[in-house]
Design a protein around this ligand. Structure first.
Ligand SMILES: [Zn+2]
Length: 331
């Protein structure tokens, strides 16, 4: 598997080697007005949080035009947050690829904790880089990209309270809600789960702060995981760790929280889940952390895959005592 060289990523980040490309056609009709409004609000709040996004109007238009909504099969309407903010995602394919060339799917989930402002800044800038620069996209891979999984925590709190919140407007920490099915108070979680069901990613990447490390959850951690699967995951961690301008250490046995994506995606669904933790949540650190660790995020979307994906049921989790964390703050 090709390893994007840090120098190349840095070059792309700085110079913006621009080659327009066609993305997969949007799957669901989208109310462009509400998407444009969303981006306008995001820009305002990020500026107030001391992390102004560096997008021109035409770049915002491009972001809005390529966004997709997902139709809830039950209601036949697009998934939205409680107060109507659109829940958006992107389908990013290699340039000129046909469906035969897509060998795997990687899902990225950013912005589930909008009080973590610095990683959110990277979430938007990495998205724009992938849309704009085919060189940044992983080979043979479809990327399903959610830049802002919790728009309420950013926009409503940011506008009203002048501070962004970890929770949505219902006071729910969404990254503890993946093992519940309360669609009324956590439509955002229902949206992410529906995307996973639709696209069946083998790997999931999430972005948080402030631990400053990489943390893997999933099949490779189970006691009977095949050695080659463990090795493949270690290789992924090493590549991601080294791909930024500064290295991110790999956490050892941090465990996962009940209801988090790590626990749900990793141990219920048997996906390989990598959590990238930035050292800082601060908006003032956002530009610096994007330069330091943006390469790691881009590289994380390109996991090595020497093996065919192992069918999930090959892993026996019965009787496993997973290392769950209950009460530590953060992430
Ligand atoms: Zn977090």
């Amino acid at each position: 598997m090709k390893f994007l060289k840090p120098a190349l990523v840095a070059l792309i980040m700085l110079a913006g080697l621009s080659t327009k490309s066609v993305l997969a056609a949007p799957g669901a009709p989208l109310e462009q007005d509400s998407i444009r409004k969303l981006f306008g609000q995001v820009m305002k709040v990020m500026e107030a949080m001391h992390a102004p996004l560096q997008f021109s109007q035409s770049q915002l238009d491009e972001l809005a035009e390529n966004a997709q909504s997902l139709i809830d099969p039950k209601t036949k309407k697009p998934f939205r947050a409680r107060h109507g903010e659109p829940l958006i995602y992107y389908v990013i394919d290699p340039v000129g690829s046909c469906s035969m060339d897509i060998k795997r799917t990687v899902l990225f989930m950013g912005g589930i904790h909008p009080d973590e402002v610095s990683p959110l800044y990277t979430s938007f800038h990495a998205l724009y880089m992938l849309l704009e620069n085919p060189y940044a996209r992983p080979e043979n891979t479809r990327v399903i990209y959610i830049p802002l999984a919790n728009p309420e925590g950013l926009i409503e709190s940011g506008t009203r309270l002048k501070v962004t919140t970890r929770e949505n407007s219902e006071g729910k920490d969404l990254n503890r809600g993946f093992e519940e099915s309360d669609k009324k108070t956590m439509p955002e979680v229902a949206f992410v789960k529906a995307l996973i069901a639709k696209y069946n990613p083998s790997h999931i990447v999430t972005l948080h702060a402030p631990y400053g490390w990489l943390d893997y959850d999933g099949p490779a951690k189970l006691p009977h995981a095949p050695a080659d699967v463990k090795k493949e995951v270690e290789e992924w961690e090493t590549q991601v760790s080294r791909a930024g301008a500064k290295p991110l250490p790999v956490a050892k046995d941090f465990g996962s929280y009940r209801g988090s994506m790590g626990n749900y995606g990793g141990y219920r669904l048997h996906k390989h889940v990598l959590t990238i933790e930035y050292p800082s949540t601060e908006g003032r650190k956002a530009e610096e952390e994007w330069r330091d660790y943006g390469g790691s995020l881009i590289q994380s979307l390109n996991p090595p895959m020497h093996n065919e994906p192992t069918p999930p049921m090959a892993y026996d989790v019965s009787g496993q005592s997973l290392h769950l964390r209950a009460s530590m703050p953060g992430r």
